[in-house]
Design a protein around this ligand. Structure first.
Ligand code: B12
Length: 284
């Protein structure tokens, strides 16, 4: 990625009107091997730095309307803009507040697009996404959850900073077909290795994936983890989810509702133990 000018010279100088946006398209540029929607990442960066929520939404919607799925939107448009935000923050050109605002604007725009997605039907395979203890970078996780929805998987997202015991217990209880762990910091690799070992013990056969910023920097780091697929950037994850959807699909149990003729899905075995006991007491 190439950056023209400093924040002071180029980026904050102009409100992102039509003309400003045209110029802004040149702020972030770089080779995109597979073509893509990357020309929108410069304008997105400007909109994020300007705190212009309307423009952030227009740009992300424009990418969708031009045919970008969530994976391409993220890899080609969002990742480069936020990488740039991270670099500017690291150089002291941006405050923590400005970086937080940028993250929250992207998160809100993703929410708007996600609300238009149809959720996959019952019986679709389920993947659980989570960050581990101490990992606060959860925006990537938020996006891969929508990638999975778009690929016809039920996707659950536990968000940031989830203790190992809790992740492992949750998986033992709900037996998803796959789990995806997101890491942005290399310091969390050991925790990831321990977690994966315990997940495999309580849920044999589960497919384990890992991804995130740390592997974008150094894909060879995935080699230290016991995972089922290597080198998964967000687009490769999309392809993996598509390819494995059929083989992972699970049967959906149905039963007669008490006192009614209709067939309704039974409460998933996944309900918390304590709540299932309460339900059982009411039904008996
Ligand atoms: C936003 C941000 C934060 C926010 C996160 C808020 C949030 N709600 O997520 C906050 C303020 C919490 C934060 C904190 C810190 N951050 Co920070 N942060 C960033 C920033 C600017 C953007 C991250 C982001 O969302 N990127 C966009 C998403 C879409 O990309 P992504 O996370 O890579 O996810 C994609 C893929 O990786 C993949 N993917 C993600 N998960 C998964 C999972 C699976 C299974 C698969 C297959 C794929 C996959 O798909 C995603 C979608 O495209 C980055 C800059 C950067 N270059 O990444 C720094 C950055 C990651 N942070 C950094 C640092 C240093 C920190 C702090 C240590 C700062 C501090 N001193 O406090 C703390 C650490 C907190 C912690 N313990 O986790 C450094 C890390 C440097 C390093 N190499 O270790 C970076 C790179 C900034 C920099 N240039 O120095 N940060």
């Amino acid at each position: 990625m190439r950056v023209k000018g400093t924040a002071g010279e180029g980026i904050q100088a102009r409100p992102p009107g039509e003309e400003g946006l045209k110029d802004a398209a040149e702020i972030v540029s770089g080779p995109m091997p597979n073509g893509g929607f990357h020309e929108l990442s410069g304008p997105l960066l400007v909109a994020l730095l300007s705190g212009d929520e309307g423009q952030v939404r227009r740009l992300t919607c424009a990418a969708r309307e031009a045919g970008a799925d969530f994976a391409r939107l993220s890899r080609d448009v969002i990742e480069p803009a936020l990488d740039q935000i991270g670099e500017m923050w690291a150089k002291g050109e941006l405050s923590i507040a400005e970086e937080h605002l940028a993250t929250s604007l992207v998160s809100r725009a993703i929410g708007v697009l996600a609300a238009r997605l149809e959720l996959p039907p019952p019986g679709s395979p389920r993947i659980l996404f989570t960050c581990l203890a101490g990992e606060f970078h959860e925006l990537g996780l938020r996006i891969v959850t929508e990638v999975a929805h778009e690929c016809g998987w039920e996707a659950e997202n536990l968000g940031s900073n989830v203790p190992r015991e809790s992740v492992v217990r949750f998986i033992a209880q709900r037996s998803p077909q796959a789990v995806g762990i997101s890491l942005s910091l290399a310091g969390h690799l050991v925790e990831a290795a321990k977690t994966i070992e315990q997940i495999r013990r309580v849920c044999p056969g589960i497919r384990v994936l890992a991804g995130g910023r740390v592997f974008r920097d150094d894909p060879s780091l995935l080699g230290v983890l016991d995972v089922d697929a290597t080198n998964l950037d967000v687009v490769a994850l999309r392809d993996w989810l598509r390819e494995n959807r059929e083989s992972a699909a699970r049967p959906w149990k149905t039963e007669r509702a008490p006192g009614k003729g209709a067939s309704v899905p039974s409460p998933p075995e996944a309900l918390p133990e304590s709540f299932r006991k309460r339900l059982g007491r009411r039904e008996s």
